[in-house]
Each structure stands twice: as C-alpha cells, then as structure tokens.
Write a protein that binds this ligand. Structure first.
Ligand SMILES: C[S@@+](CC[C@H](N)C(=O)[O-])C[C@H]1O[C@@H](n2cnc3c(N)ncnc32)[C@H](O)[C@@H]1O
Length: 450
C-alpha cells in the first residue's frame, strides 16, 4: 500500500477518535492535525472526505455495521468501531475499491489497536462490502418511508420528521441532500469599515455578490487569505444569518440603544455594530459563556472604540439591563442547530428530540426578556438556526398568547422579495432553507412592542 494512503487514513482515524471520544468538531480538529503532520494536497483532500463523510453518515453506517457484525456496536472497543466506520465509508461512500478499502483498514487496525482485532475488522468489512448502500438501506429500513429516508440520506429519523412537518413531500429529499453538501464560503463586510465592491476587488474574480444580503459575498478558498477578513473588516458568516440580523434594523423604530442578548460568538453583533453606528446608536451584547463573550469582542475588534459593542457576561433570563430601553433587540437563541447541519458533519448525531424539549423553556424565557427589553415601538427579532416547529413558531405563538403589548411585523414587509421563505399560520415569519436559498435554515420572527 502506498505510504501516502497510510498517512491520510491515519490522520482521519486520529481525528475521528477525538470526534467520537471527546466530542470534538471534525472541521476544527482535522485542519490542526493536517498542519501538525505536514499533510497537504491529495492526501489532505482524501483525509478530509474520509473524515467528513464518515461523520455525516455515522448513524447509517452504525446500523450497517451492527447488522454486519451481528451484535451491538456497544460490545466492541470504541477505537475498533471507528476503524469499521472509516472502512465502511470507503466501501459505501467513496470510490475506493473493496480490496483496497478492506486491506488498508486492516493495516490501520494493526498499527493502531493491535493485531488481535484485524480478523474481526476484516470479517465485518467483507460483509459490508457484499452490498452497496442502496441494498443496505433496503435491507435495514424497517419502519415507514421516513425511516428509509433517514438511512438513505444520513439523517436521524426525528430530523426527517421535523423537516417533513414543514416542507411539501416533493422537497423532502432535496432538503436532506442539501445537508450533505458543504456550503460555499460566505463572507460579510462590516458596515462602515469595508464595502462589498472592495471585497470583490480583493477576491479578484473569485467572488460573487450575495443574492440575499447587501453585505454578503460568496466565494471559495481560504478566508484567512483575504486581507479584509484578516484585519476584521470583513468576516465569515452565512448569508441567512446576515439577512436575519439585517431584518431587525429595517422597520422604523426611532433612535436609542440596541441589544443583542445572547450574542456569542458574535457574528451578528459585528454586523449590527456597524449598522447601529450608522444610525447613531450602539449595541449592548450580552452572553452567558465568558469565552464566547470574548469572541464577540474579537469579532468587532476592527471598529473604532466608540462603535464597538459593549459586551457583558450576563444571563439574559435575569437581565442586567433596564427593561423598556432598547429600540432594536436581537434574540438569536440557543437551539438544536438542525438548520445548519451542512456546516458540521457530526452535528446531526449529537442532538435528539429531548434537546428540543429541553431548550424550549429557555427559548421562551429569552424571547420574553427580549420583548420586555424593547422600548415602546422597539423591534425584536427572535431567531434560530433550526426550522423545527417547537423551536420556532411554537415559541413565538406561546409567548405572544400571554401578552397584549406585541404586534407581529409580517416578514413580507420587513424583508420583501425573498421567494418561498415564509412560515407560520399566515406566512408572517421567515424560514430559509439550504435547498431553496443556499443559506442555513434560519428562522426569524419580527415583532414590535406596542
Ligand atoms: C445561537 S447562539 C448566538 C449566535 C450569535 N448571534 C452569532 O451570530 O454569532 C446563542 C448563544 O446564547 C448563549 N446563551 C445561552 N443561554 C444564555 C442566557 N441565559 N443568557 C445569555 N446568553 C445565553 C449561548 O452561549 C450562545 O452563545
């Protein structure tokens, strides 16, 4: 076996051990390991595809492996399970020949766990190789169509159900597939510090204007190579995130301070800080986690002092600010993130329906705080990067049912002209989708305090 193949598989294995064993993020852990080991070019690309694909398809591959091994994976050593997962992705998800996939994984098993497990790895992977992915899905799908869709498109069943609850039947597969494609790089300029034309010039023909956000540019390559990004006058941010933050600044609301009450890591704060400055206002950014509050500070470092957000470490459910004060309030609340699955390969397997219920009271509490913080006439945006009804429409409707001092600002008036992007009983809220808009599946409700 050529040495280059060994290095790529070895680094993918070491990264996967950290992802499954230590809850690391694949797209954070792998670049560091590649640099440390001097792995570049085709080897780096192979390792990245092997790791990301394995993480994305983890639930499907585990079902295949449990069937092929004839026993629960919990009865195997975790490192062996990871070897089998990597072998399975080569067999079912990459164009690696069966012989090479099995023998390279057996060699990797010998070099990492030990010779005693090579027989098992060889036997299980040979069984996996006996069928292609479609045949495995047919063999394993037991329940209704959603069960099959989850296996065939690498999603937990509950996420398939949540998407199906919101989308027409004929869009479901496209929505699931869109989560399996890494997004293009999306950049944002910091208003007042740079403009889109300047950024496009720097990108020298490799960028194009965002179709949704007036601050956004789509490109490819390493954002760290772009001088405006390096100096903090532009940043990396999904176009949908730009759009929902911009939305809170659109309706008339008068002059006064702005609040971003759960701001870390601060992508939206950095955009709002520039827009607030243009309005003669300033942003107060609250964040519970101190290290995330630090990220808010560094994200806005390029602004002159007087335009930077004031950042406080604070629990927004016990507000450190005076109620009825702010003309614009962003509540971009903690959520399951099932609208941003394309960004983090392993993310879909780390959440479950219990998280949806566990987050619901916090989401309601944060929306209540946001509404209370708004001055009369102030605009509030409730935002999630999940389209799940429990985290979006339900939170807004339940919260508004208990009060008579809030009106809904229909999204068609706040952000006109965005096609196929509404949800709620009267289409009054924003719901973006990767397969429709090329953004994360951001939800936003725009509300006004009477
Ligand atoms: C979805 S993120 C915000 C993302 C941010 N707007 C951005 O664009 O970068 C939600 C944040 O809320 C914070 N958070 C969770 N509970 C909170 C609380 N009780 N008060 C304030 N912040 C909280 C989390 O630590 C997390 O950083």
């Amino acid at each position: 076996m050529p040495a280059r193949v060994d290095r790529a598989r070895r680094v993918a294995f070491d990264a996967l051990r950290r992802v499954t064993g230590e809850e690391a993020y694949a797209n954070l852990v792998l670049p560091g390991l590649l640099t440390e080991r001097g792995i570049t070019g085709r080897d780096a690309a192979f390792a990245t595809e092997l790791l990301n694909g394995t993480c994305r398809w983890l639930g499907t591959y585990d079902a295949v492996l449990a069937a092929a091994a004839g026993r629960p994976l919990s009865s195997l050593q975790p490192a062996v399970v990871d070897l089998l997962r990597l072998g399975t992705h080569q067999l079912l998800g990459m164009r690696v020949g069966s012989h090479a996939a099995v023998s390279a994984t057996v060699d990797l098993a010998a070099a990492t766990v030990g010779r005693r497990v090579t027989g098992l790895v060889n036997a299980v992977l040979r069984k996996v190789a006996a069928r292609d992915l479609d045949d495995w899905v047919t063999a394993l799908a037991t329940g209704d169509g959603h069960d099959r869709l989850g296996l065939a498109h690498a999603h937990p069943r509950w996420v398939v159900d949540a998407y199906a609850d919101l989308l027409p039947d004929d869009e479901l597969v496209a929505a699931l597939e869109a989560d399996n494609v890494s997004p293009r790089v999306s950049l944002v300029v910091r208003p007042g510090l740079a403009d889109v034309d300047e950024l496009l010039d720097e990108l020298d023909g490799t960028g194009e204007r965002s179709r949704l956000s007036p601050f956004g540019v789509r490109t490819s390559g390493n954002p760290g190579d772009v001088p405006l990004v390096r100096t903090g006058r532009a940043g990396v941010q999904d176009e949908g995130s730009q759009l929902v933050a911009w939305g809170v600044t659109r309706p008339e609301a008068g002059r006064g301070p702005w609040l971003d009450l759960s701001a870390g890591p601060g992508g939206k704060t950095a955009l709002l800080a520039g827009l607030a400055a243009a309005d003669g206002s300033r942003v107060l950014a609250g964040e519970l986690a101190p290290h995330r509050a630090g990220l808010v500070v560094s994200g806005a470092r390029a602004y002159p002092l007087e335009r930077r957000p004031q950042v406080v470490v604070a629990d927004a459910t016990r507000p450190a600010w005076r109620p009825g004060t702010f003309t614009r309030v962003l509540a971009d609340v903690p959520c399951t993130g099932v609208g941003a699955l394309r960004r983090r390969p392993e993310a879909r397997w780390r959440r479950d329906p219990a998280d949806v219920e566990a987050l619901h009271p916090l989401q309601r509490a944060l929306l209540t705080t946001a509404l209370d913080a708004a001055a009369p006439g102030g605009v509030v945006a409730y935002v999630t990067c999940s389209p799940h009804r429990r985290e979006t429409v339900d939170v807004v409707e339940e919260t508004l049912a208990g009060r008579d001092d809030v009106e809904v600002l229909p999204v068609g008036t706040v952000l006109p002209g965005i096609l196929d992007a509404t949800t709620g009983p009267e289409g009054e809220f924003l719901q973006l989708w990767p397969h429709r808009h090329g953004t994360d599946a951001m939800f936003a409700a725009y509300l006004r305090r009477r």
